[in-house]
Design a protein around this ligand. Structure first.
Ligand code: HEM
Length: 511
């Protein structure tokens, strides 16, 4: 089956949203097993499905958002596709997405629970939970710790991690992907567990990254479909070829992914620790509360460090853009040099004076949205949109990539042009207009809770890297993207050199 073999080749590790991949893939499995809608089918227009299989023909497996965009040109900004009798609605217009996923969020906030999720240990993660009290509980805890005013407290820590990032890139620029990974993971681990990772080769970060890779490999769509059709693969011994499909081993990896950093917290942090973190508070509450098991389990479950991948991918998109658009880089550097001079790094206080850097961050998110189709929502009730019936159990995808590359909204969308976010006199254009790219963080009640934390990492990392380094093309190449449900540039030839030829660790430390 070409679909399956193609999917099997798509083992991307560039995803924090393991959830998204697995949701998509296992959704298909569920389709073969059960019909879950209320009996009536979605009446929206869409491509004619094949009997039983649905719209597999014409599906772009490598970059489905591009195939969906082509379909939207024929069937409109909201259309229906079908897989094995299951309805999937695809929206390519932000206004419609806001109407359904934001304003009717009571009906559009569930997820499709995949059948093998529990077996492989993915079922606990917040992005996969259905619209239940457990999910609400997760969101409440996260909101407490990740809301906009709270994340301000993490800024000193984030700036410290940015310095470590610069030191690492200075010491071994070719390993910049690994350094970006360490940066993003260590910010999240500090926020969640109060864990201060080593600047390089931190054993816990390395362990978590390894476990994450295992989880993503086994959770890829191809593997999921294969196992769905042939459930015995779940039991294949780990020493046998294909042993990575062993469900018990994957479950164990998932357990370790959430429990190892938490174990560290239990062992190392005293109850009166002044280091604020979600995990620490969970532990304190657990000590006070007789029903501590629930509290600890909850904190463990929501503390997936997987989320760091989206930040890493965004920073890699930024590096690619800088390599391809040296003029943008030079203009950014001039702005930083004018506002901050060349002897210190930009800080959050400088941000209002650095509109071009802000514009680069926004353009990075628009030009290479790292979750190009968001995380699919599922309707928990029947609905009617402009006379068209959308049944309960319908999966709803917003084609974020298509919206971000709409030429009516963003002229010459394939070009990286931060100026589009600036007025003629160089001021930031308001983010509440058509130019907002907030949609890259999702919609309604499922909107990304880590958004403010992520923004607090992206801005200082981008500003500081621009202040210290120049990103150069190290050979001709055509950009390619690692694609699954998340998207990230494939490795490309790039040279990172300090702007100041005398730059070394001690000079950097003085900045
Ligand atoms: C550039 C960085 C990031 C991007 C682009 C991003 C994007 C997204 C998107 C598109 C969703 C799906 C929203 C929806 O269903 O409508 C999501 C969900 C989620 N994100 Fe992020 N994210 C980022 C960083 C983070 C970080 C740093 C964390 C954790 C600290 C995080 C935690 C989560 C969680 C827990 C969910 C699931 C929410 C739910 O299903 O209720 N994300 N993210």
């Amino acid at each position: 089956m070409p679909l399956i073999s193609n999917l099997l080749r798509e083992h991307t590790v560039a995803t924090a949203a393991v959830a998204v991949l697995v949701t998509f893939a296992l959704l298909l499995l569920r389709l073969v097993r059960a019909s879950s809608t209320s009996g009536r089918q979605c009446t929206l227009p869409g491509p004619k499905p094949w009997p039983l299989l649905g719209n597999v023909r014409g599906l772009d497996v490598r970059e489905p958002w591009k195939g969906y965009k082509r379909w939207s040109e024929t069937y409109g900004p909201i259309f229906r596709t079908r897989f094995v009798g299951y309805d999937i609605v695809v929206i390519s217009d932000e206004r419609i997405a806001r109407e359904l996923l934001d304003r009717r969020s009571g009906k559009y906030s569930s997820r499709t629970l995949f059948p093998t999720g529990e077996a492989y240990g993915f079922g606990r993660y917040t992005p996969l939970l259905e619209y239940t009290d457990t999910w609400r509980h997760h969101r409440r805890v996260m909101h407490q710790h990740l809301r906009v005013d709270t994340v301000r407290n993490y800024r000193p820590m984030q700036l410290h991690k940015v310095r470590q990032l610069l030191e690492n890139v200075l010491a071994s620029p070719d390993n910049y992907r690994e350094h970006l990974q360490t940066f993003a993971a260590s910010v999240i681990m500090a926020t969640l567990y109060g864990y201060q990772a080593h600047a390089v080769k931190d054993p816990l970060v390395a362990r978590v990254n390894h476990l994450l890779e295992v989880a993503i490999r086994v959770g890829s769509p191809g593997v999921a479909i294969l196992v769905g059709f042939f459930p015995f693969f779940k039991y294949i011994p780990i020493w046998f070829p294909g042993g990575s499909l062993n469900a018990a081993a994957c479950r164990q990896s998932n357990d370790e992914l959430v429990s190892e950093p938490f174990k560290y917290l239990e062992e190392t942090i005293e109850p009166d620790s002044s280091v604020p973190s979600m995990g620490y508070e969970g532990l304190c509450n657990a000590k006070k509360d007789q029903d501590s098991e629930t509290q600890v389990a909850l904190i463990q479950d929501i503390c997936g460090t997987a989320f760091s991948e989206t930040t890493v991918s965004s920073l890699i998109v930024f590096v690619l853009a800088m390599v391809l658009y040296p003029d943008v880089q030079e203009r950014a550097y001039s702005e930083i040099a004018r506002v901050c001079g060349t002897d210190r790094l930009p800080t959050f206080e400088d941000r209002p004076e650095l509109p071009y850097i802000d514009a680069i961050v926004r353009e990075t998110q628009r030009w290479g949205p790292v979750v190009p189709m968001g995380n699919p929502h599922t309707t928990s009730e029947d609905d009617v949109y402009e006379g068209e019936f959308i049944p309960k159990g319908t999966v709803v995808i917003v084609n974020v990539w298509a919206i971000c590359s709409d030429p009516a909204r963003f002229p010459s969308p394939s070009e990286f042009r931060p100026e589009r976010f600036l007025s003629a006199d160089g001021k930031s254009l308001a983010d509440d207009t058509d130019l907002s790219v907030d949609l890259v963080f999702g919609f309604g009640r499922r909107v990304c809770p880590g958004k403010h934390l992520a923004e607090g990492s992206l801005w200082p990392a981008i500003a500081a890297m621009l202040a210290v380094f120049r990103f150069e093309k190290a050979g001709e190449f055509t950009p390619e993207w690692l694609s699954g449900s998340t998207s990230c540039p494939r490795p490309f030839p790039c040279r990172i050199v300090p702007r100041d030829p005398k730059m070394d660790a001690s000079r950097l430390a003085q900045m």
